[in-house]
Ligand binder design. Structure first.
Ligand SMILES: NC(=O)c1ccc[n+]([C@@H]2O[C@H](COP(=O)([O-])OP(=O)(O)OC[C@H]3O[C@@H](n4cnc5c(N)ncnc54)[C@H](OP(=O)(O)O)[C@@H]3O)[C@@H](O)[C@H]2O)c1
Length: 323
C-alpha cells in the first residue's frame, strides 16, 4: 500500500511517500481503507520533534529518540471497514467510519488497523469522508476540556484561539451547552468565529483584550497564547482556566493558583473515548456541530500541507484526500 513515512525528525521534507506492507489484522481490530486523513498541529509537532520544553525528554521515550518509532504519522481518519477481526462486534465490513488512532498514529496511509475499542464510530451520513476525518481530534479535545471545566448553561465562556481546530469546535460545543461565548481571534477570522455562534469576538490583532470588569466561568486557551495573569483575574471565584497547550511556567503557576484560590487551572492530554465520538456524531447529525475545513491536499502533497499547518494560522482543519 501507499503510505507517507516520516524518515527522521525534521522539516516537512522528511515525509516521503513509499510503498509499504499492508498492516496485518489482529483479532480485536478492524482494518480500514482510509479515504481521508488530516494534518493536525500535533502531527507537525511530532514530525519536527517540537513538544513543549518540559515534555522533551518524556516525549523522546514515548515517540522515539532520533526518529518516530511509528514512522507512519497521522492521527485522524475516515474510511470504510475492509475487514474485521474475529472478536469484533461493533463494526462490520463496509461500515463507513471515522476516528482517531491516538498515539498509535498510522493514518497517512491507504490502510490502517485500529482496535474496535479505540475512538472510532460510524460516520454521520451527511458528512463527506473529508469532513468526517476533521472531527475527532479537535472535537474530542474541545469536549474534554469544556467538560473538565464543568460547563453549565448560562456560564460565560472565553475561547482563546477560537478559529483553530480545537477552538472552532469549542465555540460550537460551548453554545450547545448553553453558554454565552466570547471568542478570541485575529481580524481575518472574526466572521468565521461569529458564524460558529460566538456571541462576542475579541480581535487580538486590533489590540482588543478582555475587559477589566469581565468575569468568565471558563477560559479555554486552545493555542497556548493567552496572558496568564489577566486570564486568572478574569475568572469567577470558582472558575476554571483550561489549557490545551501548557508551558512549564503555566504548570507551576497553575498549581499555585489551584492551591491558593477557589480557581482551577487544568492542562494535560485529552481522553479519546468512542462514546464521546458517538456523542459528537449525534450533534453533527442534529445539525448542531460542523467541521471547519480550511484546505484540501492529496497524499502526494502532504509536505505542503505540513508547511501550511506549521505556520499556526490554519482556520479549523487541513484535510488530506487519500482515495
Ligand atoms: N492537550 C491536548 O490533549 C491537545 C489535543 C489536541 C491538540 N492540542 C494542541 O492544541 C493546539 C491547537 O491546535 P489547533 O489544531 O486547534 O490549532 P493550531 O493550528 O495550533 O492553531 C491555529 C489557530 O490558532 C490561532 N492563533 C494563532 N495565534 C493566536 C493568538 N495569539 N491568539 C489567538 N489565536 C491565535 C490562529 O488564528 P489567527 O490566525 O486568527 O490568529 C489559527 O486559526 C495545538 O498546539 C495542538 O497541539 C492539544
Amino acid at each position: 500500500m501507499k503510505a507517507v513515512v516520516c524518515t527522521k525528525y525534521g522539516g516537512p521534507e522528511v515525509l516521503q511517500l513509499r510503498e509499504v506492507e499492508k498492516p496485518s489484522l489482529k483479532d480485536d481490530e478492524v482494518r480500514i481503507q482510509i479515504y481521508s486523513t488530516t494534518v493536525t498541529a500535533g502531527d507537525c509537532r511530532v514530525r519536527g520533534f517540537s513538544p513543549p520544553p518540559m515534555f522533551k525528554i518524556p516525549m523522546r521515550f514515548a515517540l522515539g529518540f532520533t526518529k518516530p518509532r511509528k514512522p507512519i504519522l497521522g492521527v485522524e481518519l475516515a474510511g470504510v471497514v475492509e475487514q474485521t477481526g474475529r472478536y469484533v462486534t461493533r463494526f462490520k465490513e463496509g461500515d463507513h467510519v471515522f476516528g482517531s488512532a491516538g498515539f498509535a498514529f498510522g493514518s497517512y496511509a491507504e490502510y490502517s488497523c485500529l482496535p474496535e475499542k479505540s475512538a472510532l464510530a460510524i460516520k454521520p451520513a451527511g458528512l463527506s469522508f473529508e469532513e468526517a476525518a476533521a472531527v475527532p481530534v479537535g472535537g474530542l479535545t474541545a469536549l474534554h476540556f469544556l467538560r473538565r471545566g464543568n460547563i453549565q448553561s448560562g456560564h460565560k465562556v472565553l475561547i482563546y484561539g477560537a478559529s483553530g481546530s480545537v477552538g472552532s469546535y469549542a465555540v460550537q460545543l460551548a453554545k450547545y451547552f448553553g453558554a454565552e461565548v466570547t471568542g478570541v481571534c485575529s481580524s481575518a477570522n472574526v466572521e468565521l468565529v461569529r458564524s460558529l455562534g460566538a456571541d462576542r469576538v475579541i480581535d487580538y490583532t486590533r489590540g482588543e483584550t478582555i475587559g477589566s470588569g469581565e468575569r468568565y466561568s471558563i477560559i479555554f486557551d486552545t493555542v497556548g497564547k493567552s496572558p496568564y495573569p489577566l486570564c486568572v483575574s478574569s475568572l469567577t471565584d470558582t472558575g476554571t482556566y483550561c489549557q490545551a497547550v501548557m508551558s512549564a511556567s503555566h504548570v507551576l503557576r497553575g498549581m499555585w493558583t489551584t492551591v491558593t484560590s477557589g480557581k482551577k487551572v487544568i492542562g494535560g492530554v485529552s481522553t479519546e473515548r468512542p462514546e464521546d465520538l458517538q456523542f459528537l456524531a449525534g450533534l453533527i447529525e442534529a445539525g448542531q456541530l460542523k467541521p471547519v475545513i480550511d484546505r484540501h491536499y492529496s497524499l502526494e502533497q502532504i509536505a505542503d500541507a505540513h508547511r501550511y499547518v506549521d505556520q499556526g494560522r490554519k482556520k479549523g482543519n487541513v484535510v488530506i484526500k487519500v482515495r
